[in-house]
Design a binder for this molecule. Sequence first.
Ligand SMILES: N[C@@H](CCOP(=O)(O)O)C(=O)O
Length: 427
Amino acid sequence: MLLTNIKVPQEQVSFLQAVRQGLGVEQGLFFPTQWPKLDIDALLAMPFVARSSAILQALIGDELSAADIDAMVSQAFTFAAPLASVADDISCLELFHGPTLAFKDFGGRFMAQALAKAQGEKKTTIVTATSGDTGAAVAHAFYRQRGVQVVILFPKGKISPLQEKLFTTLGDNITTLAVDGDFDQCQALVKQVFDDKPLVQQLGINSANSINISRLFAQVCYYFEAVAQVPAAKRQQVVIAVPSGNFGNLTAGLIAKAMGLPIKRMVAATNSNDTVPRYWRSGDWQPKATVATLSNAMDVAAPNNWPRVEALLAQGVIKRDAIEAVMVDEDDTVLGVRQLYQLGYLSEPHAAVAYKALKRSLQSGEYGIFLGTAHPAKFKEQVENILGTPIALPEALARCAAEQSLSKELPASFTALKQQLLTLEQA
Ligand SMILES: N[C@@H](CCOP(=O)(O)O)C(=O)O
């Protein structure tokens, strides 16, 4: 399967080249122009890992053997994505049963497998920006991997304390930089690194953000797993609400739909950082300064993956009415966490945003799924404040909670970042 640079379509690369390179020229994202059509009923009858391997084989093509892809998926997807019933015809797809308790484990771990195939042990420096969950997933997926240095940029003081502890306490080949700025500045810095060609060459620069297509392909698989768990009689009525920040998760769902998965509608749920819902209404792309919210991982003003959504629309494989864009403010987020708790379901602000957006969108006869992108305990303080009840820590969080953060501070400046990267190379 060839991937095309969305900005510079003459640049076309294979899957492994896209994995190796990360970003195309002029900061263009790689994306396929065609989508494989699959036998959906046969796929939905398969177990998760075997089905995911079949999906990824169809997306990647014959550049990797079926046996290789099987092995990669078996190594990466070692945890489940269960659908938890919350109310009549509403369920939460729980994507937080991996090692870092967030949906990013699917993509981060699969990318580690894909990069090993693409690069072997060739020296690589993975520069990644996080607004909360990507950082930990990437750090754990590449921790102590030979030949790989990971540098994670996060907005200082703007992610939850436990999200931060999960990746800033590891050390070894994981360097973490607390940037004096917001997530968008961190992401812009990562992209700027790709523009410095001598630096890219010298350090073997890559990114494990959803910039890298392997991250997104992996995420397509859990949408199939969601629909596979819906009662057969309801499968043509599925509406999925996605807590959206950088819009990789929504893009992965739309890819699944483009491949034939019966998803009636996708609801892009944002917090008050509502560039997309405003754009969807007005046609004006007007990112505003980021505001800090309870759902901090979605505090993104200029979602990186939006050009990929536009590409799917331009390809004609996704119709405009298949996407609804809904903003959920802070009061409604709090209400969502409380209402879910009253229904007997412990949740957290990101899932609550998706739940509230789903409730606004869902019509009679439809079956609603909202994505549970992170474990509630990652937002212990916020959830305890909202519910007034103590939240127990799973082992992964309890282990790192007491450890010392090893982060260094960094101004939001490319020169300062470059200096850090070069210092790391000399160490
Ligand atoms: N919400 C993300 C931001 C980075 O998104 P990515 O999908 O491009 O890695 C986070 O939690 O870090």
